[in-house]
Design a protein around this ligand. Structure first.
Ligand SMILES: O=C[C@H](O)[C@H](O)COP(=O)(O)O
Length: 155
């Protein structure tokens, strides 16, 4: 990934500890231009569920306020489903290095999600770091495949 990526992190109560750890890592990462915490906050972890956090992150990316988001819930599934409801946003669960790589190089995903109840913390942190290191190649054959989805959405 080129320097200057603008990131969001977020999640629900079930992903709070991982979200906080990944947020801390990203704040120290020289590849990151900015990172914003969308919550849930430490003092009100039940304030939102995965649906609203996922949608809010995706809308911010859609609106050009950030480039990508890393979201954590219990499984990664809920935040992915929510983010994918926003037209133009491609979100996926990624719990292994190959999927995390392909989520960018094949699918040009703007959102990576993970599950705090599924993988270990150190793996989640490593996958987050790997993910921001990938950049989609718009001259690759994958571009036309992603375009099929975008055309359906009208994006
Ligand atoms: O996808 C949903 C998440 O895993 C969420 O954090 C937990 O949801 P639950 O409490 O309904 O299992």
């Amino acid at each position: 990934m080129s320097t200057g990526i603008r990131l969001l992190v977020g999640g629900d109560v079930a992903g709070f500890e991982y979200k906080e750890a990944i947020l801390a890592d990203l704040k120290d990462d020289p590849r990151v231009a900015s990172v914003e915490d969308l919550g849930v906050p430490a003092d009100d972890k039940e304030s939102e569920t995965y649906g609203s956090v996922g949608i809010r992150a995706a809308e911010a990316i859609r609106d050009g306020k950030a480039d990508r988001a890393i979201l954590v819930c219990g499984t990664g599934i809920g935040v992915a489903i929510a983010a994918n409801k926003v037209p133009g946003i491609r979100a996926t669960v990624g719990h292994d290095s190959f999927s995390v790589e392909r989520s960018i190089l094949s699918n040009d995903c703007q959102v990576l999600t993970m599950g705090q109840r599924v993988v270990g913390l150190q793996l989640a942190r490593r996958l987050a770091s790997e993910w921001i290191g990938y950049t989609f190649d718009p001259s690759s054959p994958s571009k036309d495949k992603v375009a099929v989805i975008s055309a359906y959405e009208g994006c």
